[in-house]
Write a protein that binds this ligand. Structure first.
Ligand SMILES: [Zn+2]
Length: 648
């Protein structure tokens, strides 16, 4: 034992100044906006942030290009930009099929199997693969023997091998492999059944006050055709009272109208008696009478028995659930899609979003006191998702602003900020002279008033040719595009790609001078686009990938990064390769704030208890800052500098 301790000490000393007692705490607050923070500080809502800014320092933090969370956190994780970590957008495309996919991870069933009747017995196991490249800062800390805990870090599913405790965050799928698919059961014949964005509307019948329905689980790759697994449940509605009794597997519980269940465990049977996976979900009885309306959350991977790895060590998510109870494990836990679909109203969504933050605070309160040396990172999602959904209630200029709703729920977003201030308060109480604190966000926030449909614009300007109109299958990207006469296309929130010869399946644009000229032409035209409604500039910045990315993956992403002006964003349809009729549309979705725009317009924040020397710190400076704290030499692939060094 003593020998090992000695060896570890020597190793640490060889590599630098790690004395084994420094502490670095990083609070990662997704979407904390500098303007809102200053406003809430001025209103006295954020006493702990005010104290930190006054005694320490408060800077703007330059975000990533483009300023999307998976890209931004990957910049922080690796100290490199997208050219180094390969995450350019929430959504990437395969240049050979031109089909979009989620950029952060890939979950695949086993490749081979033996067919026996309706069963397919897999050979080997299914895999989840993380698609982010580049070494995470905590992998390097592990190399140097610096203890670390990294909780809910985005773009880290499945978590990379690590010696410390890590728990995956944004990018973690639900049990169906999606970023969250809710179910809504109703007997209302006026509600259209079927798939909506982020969920499924399932018609049911109430007979003798009884409902029989099924929970939809993961696709069963053990069955031919991989049909979804289904588990039945029943509901007995009280004929007089607004209350119902639920029976699912061996569990029963009672909900009043407007009440949420605790987490319910569901076993999905894949092969009888052999292969099961567990998931957890919450039931919400929206209405018992006169209509039956039941929301069931996406089925989350059970942290106590994870079907796919959520943590390092693998047992860590189970230990956490034993300590704090079950919790949302899907990366984006706030059910924004249910609010957008009208399945949950503002009050109901808010209650759900508060539960998510309460769970995160429970995990924080359980884990933070255990931290004694090295690095402690903790991520909070609340300000991001709730700024997306509640911007329309704090901004009277927003097209979806509603004075009555604002009077009711306009305080929701500031109250989420205040909760983060309370977390900071807990941290400040435990500071000592060995501790450095960084509080930072990946980007800020802005209104999203108007959509710009990039693909429609490219179509109208002759860069895309369709075989016929309209797009016959809106669920398939670019279903009707004539690639032999298409020079450029938009995909993802900020990406514009050339249909490049040798890269795209049916590329026609010659690489080199022709491609350069075309990119310059499109860039100039985009910067000149005016919104006909108000004559405003819709796109304030366009970056050439070749000018902003360095590293081995620099050429894998979009060719142009479209930076929308404040108030503008790519429309939901164009992102996935579709062609709405109009180039501009007014945003009527409750998703009313955004940040996927010109990165210079949405900087994040950086606060510290120590003086920050860097005048313009960036996300890519954070990994170098961490290394400098522990005397670890900065890898040459990192472009940034410690924010505490004056050489900045
Ligand atoms: Zn966001």
């Amino acid at each position: 034992m003593l020998v090992w301790v000695g060896a570890g000490f020597l190793l640490s000393c060889q590599h630098g100044k790690w004395h084994g007692d420094q502490k670095l705490i990083i609070l990662g607050i997704d979407g904390m906006d500098p303007q809102l923070l200053k406003k809430f500080m001025a209103e006295g809502r954020m006493p702990n942030f005010s104290a930190l800014a006054e005694k320490g320092s408060f800077r703007l933090l330059t975000t990533s290009i483009p300023p999307q969370s998976p890209v931004a956190w990957s910049n922080l994780i690796t100290g490199m930009n997208a050219g180094g970590h390969g995450i350019f957008d929430f959504i990437h495309r395969d240049p050979k099929t031109l089909q979009p996919y989620f950029s952060a991870s890939r979950v695949e069933p086993p490749k081979h199997g033996i067919h026996l009747g309706s069963w397919v017995i897999p050979i080997g196991s299914g895999t989840a693969e993380q698609l982010r490249q580049g070494k995470a800062f905590w992998e390097t800390l592990d190399d140097y023997g610096v203890p670390n805990t990294v909780i809910l870090m985005p773009s880290n599913f499945p978590p990379v091998k690590a010696k410390g405790y890590t728990l995956s965050g944004m990018g973690t799928p639900d049990l169906r492999g999606s970023y969250g698919t809710f179910s809504f059961y109703t007997d209302d014949p006026m509600t259209a059944a079927g798939v909506v964005e982020g969920g499924q509307i399932i018609p049911v019948q109430v007979q003798d006050s009884q409902v029989a329905a099924k929970l939809i689980g993961p696709d069963n790759s053990f069955r031919k055709g991989s049909p979804p697994t289904l588990e039945p449940f029943t509901v007995s509605i009280d004929p007089l009272e607004s209350v119902a009794k639920f029976s699912v597997q061996d569990q029963t519980f009672i909900l009043r109208e407007g009440e949420w269940s605790e987490w319910v465990h569901i076993q999905f049977q894949l092969i009888p008696f052999i292969g099961n996976v567990t998931g957890i979900c919450r039931f919400y009885l929206k209405q018992a009478h006169p209509r039956f309306e039941l929301y069931v959350s996406p089925i989350n991977i059970d942290p106590a028995d994870p079907a796919l790895p959520l943590s390092t060590p693998k047992s860590y998510s189970r230990k956490l659930s034993e300590e704090v109870g079950e919790f949302y494990t899907q990366g984006i836990s706030e059910d924004t899609k249910a609010l957008s679909a009208g399945v949950l109203d503002d009050k109901e969504y808010l209650e759900q979003a508060k539960t998510v933050l309460a769970e995160h605070r429970q995990i924080f309160d359980a884990e933070f006191p255990k931290f004694h040396s090295g690095v402690f990172f903790f991520y909070f999602s609340s300000l991001d998702l709730n700024s997306h959904m509640f911007w329309r209630l704090i901004d009277p200029q927003h097209p979806e602003y509603d004075a009555a709703l604002a009077a009711q729920y306009g305080s929701a977003l500031p109250e989420f900020y205040q909760q983060i201030d309370q977390v900071l308060g807990e941290v400040l109480q435990r500071m000592d002279d060995r501790t450095t604190l960084l509080v930072l966000s990946d980007h800020g926030f802005a209104p999203y008033n108007r959509s710009f449909n990039l693909n429609t614009w490219l179509l109208n300007n002759g860069y895309i040719t369709l075989k016929s109109e309209p797009n016959p299958d809106p669920n398939q990207a670019f279903a009707n595009v004539d690639w032999s006469r298409t020079r450029a296309y938009g995909l993802g929130l900020n990406g514009l790609y050339l249909n490049l010869k040798g890269r795209e399946r049916e590329g026609i644009v010659e690489p080199g001078a022709a491609a350069d000229t075309l990119l310059q032409e499109i860039k100039e035209k985009l910067l000149a686009v005016r919104d006909p409604q108000n004559n405003q500039t819709a796109i304030s910045r366009v970056d050439r990938a070749s000018e902003v990315y360095q590293g081995p993956y620099a050429a894998k992403g979009p060719d142009l990064l479209v930076g929308y002006n404040r108030g503008y964003r790519a429309g939901w349809q164009t992102i996935l390769g579709n062609f709405p009729a109009d180039v501009f549309e007014t945003n009527t979705n409750p998703w009313s704030g955004d940040h996927c725009m010109d990165y210079t317009l949405v900087p994040g924040v950086l606060l510290s208890n120590r003086p920050i020397d860097a005048a313009n710190p960036a996300l890519t400076d954070i990994a170098p800052t961490i290394f400098a704290q522990f005397g670890i030499a900065q890898p040459g692939s990192m472009m940034g500098h410690s924010v505490f060094s004056s050489s900045h």
